[in-house]
Design a protein around this ligand. Structure first.
Ligand code: GLU
Length: 289
């Protein structure tokens, strides 16, 4: 069976132990399956992404001993592709412009993180506005009720990670009530949200297995719905455990103390990092956590 997976960091800060775990796990699983490990730089958030962070990502991953198939996909080079699929959804009547509060929209645009309060489901204030009324600074939202009405079967996906093992089925009602009218197009014209760009590129890169942190598990039903609407394949998912700090909190970009660069500067070896995240040697079989 073909096995293609990817590591998809956003260059908005230093890679930390959590990223190391995700990248090493995806790399090792691809190696064990005689598959392909790809790298994707998710740099569409121009307010936060920095080329210097991207350079450090390559450097840290190389130091960890990882290699990946070329080319690296840099999302900032493909904005037209995302925008044209977003416009396809708009033509289908599934997207509307929204000028609601900036803070709600900003929260909805970043990849969600455990421990960060999820924004309330959008109340639908702008729902029904025609695309022709889009003004500069308006975001674009998915009309979730109309979107789910297009499907004749529930959204389903398989997770083979240890935390959510099995087949998941999400009905239309939960998508409307729990996800709601998600932001797909950002306020900056021609820039799309993480959820949509990632779905499109998983298809472009022919990803068969998405291996990523459990903090993204709740985003998966929306991403599978987008695959269905855009006629894209649904990969198998593997949401892995999160690496936590001593107080049990999930590591975040601002946890510089756990940055791979910090451990390197302190003299740690790549093997030490593997041990710290519970993935022993490159050359040993490891139990998958
Ligand atoms: N770019 C996302 C992040 O850094 C990961 C997206 C994914 O793996 O689907 O959190």
């Amino acid at each position: 069976m073909t096995f293609v997976t990817r590591f998809a960091p956003s260059p908005t800060g230093p890679l930390h132990l959590g990223h190391a775990y995700s990248a090493l796990l995806a790399h090792d699983m691809a190696r064990d399956a005689n598959g392909t490990f790809l790298l994707r730089i998710e740099d569409t958030d121009t307010s936060r992404a920095r080329p210097a962070w991207e350079t450090k990502i390559y450097d840290d991953l190389n130091w960890l001993g990882l290699t990946w198939a070329q080319p690296v996909l840099r999302q900032s080079e493909h904005l037209e592709r995302y925008n044209s699929l977003l416009m396809q959804l708009a033509k289908d009547g599934l997207v509307y412009p929204c000028s609601c509060r900036r803070s709600d929209i900003r929260a909805a645009l970043s990849a969600p993180q455990e421990g960060v309060t999820t924004p309330p489901v959008y109340p639908g204030t702008c729902r029904g506005r025609p695309m022709s009324s889009r003004k500069p600074g308006d975001a674009l939202r998915l009309d979730m009720a109309r979107a789910v009405a297009r499907l004749d079967t529930p959204v389903t996906f398989e997770d083979n990670g240890p935390l959510h093992t099995g087949q998941h089925s999400v009905d239309a009602d939960s998508l409307v009530k729990q996800t709601g009218d998600a932001v797909l197009g950002r306020k900056e014209i021609e820039t799309v949200s993480y959820v949509l760009a990632a779905v499109i590129d998983d298809a472009v890169q022919e990803i068969t297995h998405v291996i990523r942190g459990a903090d993204l598990f709740d985003t998966t039903p929306l991403q599978v719905l987008l695959q269905r609407l855009l006629d894209l394949p649904t990969p198998t998912y593997h949401h892995h455990r999160l690496i936590r700090d001593d107080t049990g909190k999930r590591l975040a970009k601002r946890d510089d103390a756990r940055a791979i660069a910090k451990y390197r500067a302190d003299g740690a070896t790549p093997e030490d990092i593997r041990e710290m995240v519970g993935l022993a040697s490159l050359f040993e079989q490891n139990p998958r956590e």
